[in-house]
Design a protein around this ligand. Sequence first.
Ligand code: NAD
Length: 299
Amino acid sequence: MHIGFLGLGNMGGPMARNLLRAGHSLTVFDLSSAAVAGLVEAGAQAATSPAALAQTDVTVIITMLPAASHVKGVYLGENGLLANVRADVLLIDSSTIDPMSAREVAAAAAKHGNPMIDAPVSGGTGGAVTGTLTFMVGGSDADFDQAQPILAAMGKNIVLCGASGNGQAAKVANNMLLGISMIGVSEAMSLGVSLGVDAKVMAGIINTSSGRCWSSDTYNPFPGTMDNVPSARGYSGGFGTDLMLKDLGLATEAAKQARQPVLLGAAAQQLYQTFSQQGHGELDFSAIINLYRKQEACA
Ligand code: NAD
């Protein structure tokens, strides 16, 4: 299949490579010529603009862009995709954006005769490289069925969450819980250790008791409790504090529009914001534990 791919960054680059590996032909565009050159070397064709990409004979276009403003610009702009693409080309946006913007762009696509799904991912850059991402999809059953085999080249778990925007809704709700649970584990680990419990013993107790969660048993923020996680390497790599802050912003904004209280989500957003303001936005989000450990310097 001939697929168009826009946004070849930390996530989009390896996702596009997996489509090539699966035997698809690819035409790509990114504002970064270095990112485009990397994909061309791997076998893709380069387009000079979103409009030029849309005017090729692609049957599917995938976007993996930083935020809603970029997504709206690329789809709805004067020289954007919708103004140039043939009707019936399936549009898949995998960027993480707010559900309302996803619905707005999908409605514009529908007016133009293009099926569109939102398909944000979890699994991080590691999952993008290994092709094991989870896709949370919002759209119709028929559009999901059409997209499924394409997404399967980039992910393992592909879930239809309901109508347009629901993929984004599921993604922001899950990431809000992750942000909150990491703070909860940080607080509990720090309390246990400051009361005299050894950190590894404390982690072991939590992980075999009712406090157990992904943040405690797979990604523990307390240094020395686990190998091969950001807390074991000065919080480098992983999922940056500023990316978590972005997702919590999406969650609280979506909650405001739905008149849905998210008391802990809002508190978590402020804690990550404080940590980012202190200059640690690039560190993995589990470094938030340093807000609780006054004697420990951040990496
Ligand atoms: P990134 O900043 O590495 O890549 C974004 C790419 O989009 C860049 O190459 C940039 O040049 C390109 N771009 C920006 N505006 C463009 C435009 N108008 N036209 C064409 N290309 C344009 O970001 P990323 O880490 O790849 O994340 C992409 C999306 O995936 C974000 O919405 C992010 O929240 C989400 N996400 C990221 C992760 C992660 O761990 N990095 C995990 C899950 C979801």
